[in-house]
Design a protein around this ligand. Structure first.
Ligand code: ATP
Ligand code: MG
Length: 209
């Protein structure tokens, strides 16, 4: 049994992560690959409870938030992601560890080394095979999220905050070019889908044959 591939979508609010995760899954399924789509925070009953708790109670201490995300991630990896990959199923996660690096690390200033250590406990050795970073100017992302009609608490933040987040994702793409592909998310949904498919084909499908 060939191990499944692990793909994550990352990027700012309204960049199109959920839209593209769904489209990629449909496309992979059409090629006969078994695939699941999951999300963070969430993906398991514990994770969804943590998601609700964070959205509802807005922890004020960034460390509290970091550890809640880490707890949800540990459960997500051990009970959903790893078993699926072991089983030959591909996994697409709508946000994953890079969101923690950017929100809790870059934005809230928590130590990168502590975050990396948590990753080693919660994710290793199942780091994503491919991370698609959807890049969009902050103002365009907020506009999309507003059009969609749901605003997360981050949507209400200042534009500078969103630019900091964008920078954080760009830094990750720069630092890990083998794992990450930067995608111009300002294009139409179908152009972004094509770019995503090209990245998946060249990075993962050739070797999966
Ligand atoms: N390429 C695109 N061009 C224009 N609109 C888009 C594009 N991609 C997605 N949208 C629209 O923008 C809104 C946000 O998209 P989506 O929910 O996929 O983003 P997201 O990255 O998952 O956002 P969030 O971080 O808030 O979960 C949706 O209404 C979606 O239909
Ligand atoms: Mg989404």
């Amino acid at each position: 049994m060939k191990r499944g591939k692990f793909i994550t979508f990352e990027g700012g609010e309204g960049a199109g992560k959920s839209t593209q995760a769904k489209r990629l899954a449909e496309r992979l399924e059409r090629t006969g690959i078994s695939v699941i789509v999951t999300r963070e925070p969430g993906g398991t009953p514990v994770g969804e409870d943590v998601r609700e708790l964070i959205m509802r109670d807005h922890p004020t201490d960034p460390v509290t938030e970091l550890l809640l995300f880490a707890a949800a991630r540990a459960e997500h990896v051990t009970s959903v992601i790893r078993p699926a990959l072991d089983d030959g199923t591909w996994v697409i996660s709508d946000r994953f560890m890079d969101s923690t690096r950017v929100y809790q690390g870059k934005l809230y200033g928590l130590e990168p080394e502590f975050i990396a250590q948590l990753e080693r406990f919660t994710v290793a050795p199942d780091y994503p095979d491919l991370t698609l970073i959807l890049d969009l100017p902050a103002s365009a992302g907020i506009e999309r999220a507003q059009l969609r009609g749901t605003l997360s608490r981050y949507d209400a933040e200042r534009i500078e905050t969103h630019e900091t987040l964008r920078e954080g994702f760009l830094e990750i793409a720069d630092a890990e070019p083998l794992r990450c592909v930067l995608i111009d998310a300002s294009l139409t949904v179908s152009s972004v889908e094509t770019a995503v498919w090209q990245a998946v084909s060249s990075h993962l499908l050739a070797e999966a044959d």
